[in-house]
Design a protein around this ligand. Sequence first.
Ligand code: GH3
Ligand code: MG
Ligand code: MG
Length: 295
Amino acid sequence: MGFFSSNNAFYSSLEMHENIMVVSSNDEVKYINKLGLKFFGVKRIDEFKTKYKQSINILFLEEEGYTNKYTFGKRWLTKISELKYKDRKIKVKLYSHIDDMEQYFYIRVAQLKKDEFLLAFCDIHDIELEKNHLRKQADFDPLTQVYNRVKFNQVFPLAISRALSFDEPFSLILFDIDHFKIINDTQGHPIGDKVLFELARSVNMKITEQDIFARWGGEEFIILAKFLTVKQAATKAEQLRRYIQGHNFGDGLTVTCSFGVTQFESKDTQKSIFQRVDDALYLAKEKGRNCVVVK
Ligand code: GH3
Ligand code: MG
Ligand code: MG
């Protein structure tokens, strides 16, 4: 341990502001500083060992974007120490008597001896929660709280490749509120906003987990109906049309929507299928609105 004259002197130097652990190469925890003990909700290291079943293995949780010890195999400590800063984020499960908690850390690993590693856990929980929250928020339309167009365009290519690989059908349902401008003009823009919110909320309740629903823009919405043929999607669209027609949007206010429906064909590109569903919606408007047109 070089500079330090004894183990005690070394360990007392570790009483800093981070949770620190010393771990042997076979994952046995040899030392935890005071802050770490407090953090893990234990008074002594043997209590920690009992609680965490002798090893720190079960601390680590799998989540996309976070380093996981299991992906590194036996020499995981050395490998983590070689990672870049941004890749040294981990998600950890903490066992407490009240409730199990998940916590994000930035981890540093330093090799002390051939068989001894020092792990420093820096708490980044609040920052990571905020970041994850913002990342999720970016997928949603702020007014209606359903997916926005950007998110829909992200998932759409996946639906195409799935459909081609597994020869599975999917359909698109595009719908637009009829004469929405009149609602804004007669009731005011804030009521128009409420109608959009209520439409998105109530349609979201009606559709299934297989449907990807997004605000396509303005008063236009889109559903990617996985596994549905055009016939099945048309039935779904007709159900939604009737449901919207009969729905109370507040103080007896009602609206109707026009629907375009089409099914993905293997020769389609993203552009061609959108063009077709847009044409179908246009025809529904031409036909007099509040109807479903299949193309
Ligand atoms: P059509 O049946 O042909 O679709 O008629 P429409 O009046 O619904 O269509 P038009 O494209 O003429 O008008 C759409 C209106 O939707 C105009 C626009 O101000 C309104 N709109 C778009 N986005 C919002 C929004 O976020 N909030 C509110 N209140 N209105 C919006
Ligand atoms: Mg409209
Ligand atoms: Mg429109």
